[in-house]
Design a protein around this ligand. Structure first.
Ligand code: UDP
Ligand code: MG
Length: 316
């Protein structure tokens, strides 16, 4: 059995892929463990697929799967984990933002009995606004979810075989790895490393992507946001009731006063905002139920050097 599988999702990474592969192999060879590298091409439109085909042809330790279109990093990581055969699996990005030098350290910690080893990015050098937004988001998530997720802990981590198998046994189609990693439990340890810039190419995360990813994270774990919507609605209803009573009392005691346009409009706008938000929250859950009920596969494979059996499991 292979000791370590490295799972690498790649989407249009032809600019860094060669350098990444070399750095990774150089970092792994001195460790002395047997390893394999599972590349997953997430529907790249550049030369990534061709490069992977070449790499896999030249090196038996390299295996790859290529999707028919871009299915997103979560799906690519899932495919990579399904491909992996190692006793330990390391998930990492192809852009060298997850420095391969840290893999030996992760393996060492794994030897000490940890099932999950997280390499945590130090956010100290990021922009102030981004840091503040991230911190606020993690606080909100911690409130809403019953699993703990750590700021700066991305997908750069080592998982033991049993941790990977338990991840793979989770049936949901809407996968939010950050939450799932923590949901499966097991002994976890983390260490921090200084954040590095991407070596070449461009980040695939726009602001809109991040917002959607954030919403996924909040909603994928439980129905607490729905509860929050109900609470807000009830409190608003109560204050509106008190306000109405006050107006009636006023009218009875002092007679009717005409102006009221401002308050009226404010109330209408505020309430319709809350209603829309609440409807949105409910709609999100209904949409998720719809998605899950379709039971579609997470990805479609275009080409791979895997056996037909492995391919079939990817489609299940
Ligand atoms: N990635 C992917 N599919 C996507 C977007 C990204 O497989 O749809 C891969 C990408 O090739 C890289 C990793 O996920 O290896 C992280 O992406 P990126 O560097 O763009 O994200 P960032 O580091 O900016 O968060
Ligand atoms: Mg990156």
């Amino acid at each position: 059995m292979v000791q370590v599988s490295i799972v690498v999702p790649c989407f249009n990474e032809s600019e860094v892929l060669g350098v990444f592969h070399e750095t990774l192999v150089t970092a792994l060879e001195p460790v002395g463990a047997t390893f394999e590298i599972c590349y997953v091409d997430d529907g790249s439109t550049d030369r990534t697929t061709a490069l992977l085909r070449e790499l896999a042809g030249a090196e038996p330790r390299v295996r790859y799967t290529s999707f028919s279109r871009n299915f997103g990093k979560e799906s690519a990581m899932l495919a990579g984990m399904r491909m992996s055969r190692g006793a330990a699996v390391v998930l990492m990005d192809a852009d060298l933002q997850h420095p391969p030098e840290f893999v030996p350290r992760m393996l060492e910690l794994h030897q000490h009995g940890y099932d999950q080893v997280i390499a945590q990015r130090d956010r100290a050098h990021e922009g102030a606004l981004r840091t503040a937004l991230c911190r606020a988001y993690y606080r909100l998530v911690r409130r809403c979810m019953n699993v703990e997720i750590v700021n700066g802990a991305g997908d750069f981590r080592l998982l033991s075989r049993r941790a990977v198998d338990s991840l793979l046994s989770l049936p949901e189609s809407n996968r939010f790895s950050k939450g799932l990693f923590s949901w499966i439990g097991f002994d976890t340890v983390s260490f921090t490393y200084e954040n590095v810039q991407r070596a070449a190419g461009q980040s695939k995360w726009s602001g809109r992507h991040l917002l959607n990813y954030g919403i996924d994270g909040l909603l994928s774990f439980n129905s607490r946001p729905l509860r929050l919507a109900i609470h807000t609605g009830l409190w608003l209803f109560l204050s509106a009731l008190l306000y109405a009573l006050w107006i009636i009392a006023n009218a009875v005691l002092d007679g009717v006063e005409t102006p009221g346009y401002a308050t009226l409009i404010t109330a209408v706008v505020a309430l319709s905002g809350i209603q829309l938000a609440t409807l949105g929250v409910i709609g999100e859950y209904v949409g998720r139920i719809y998605d899950e009920s379709k039971r579609r596969p997470h990805y479609v494979v275009r080409e791979t050097d895997e056996s037909p059996a492995a391919l079939a499991s990817g489609l299940s």
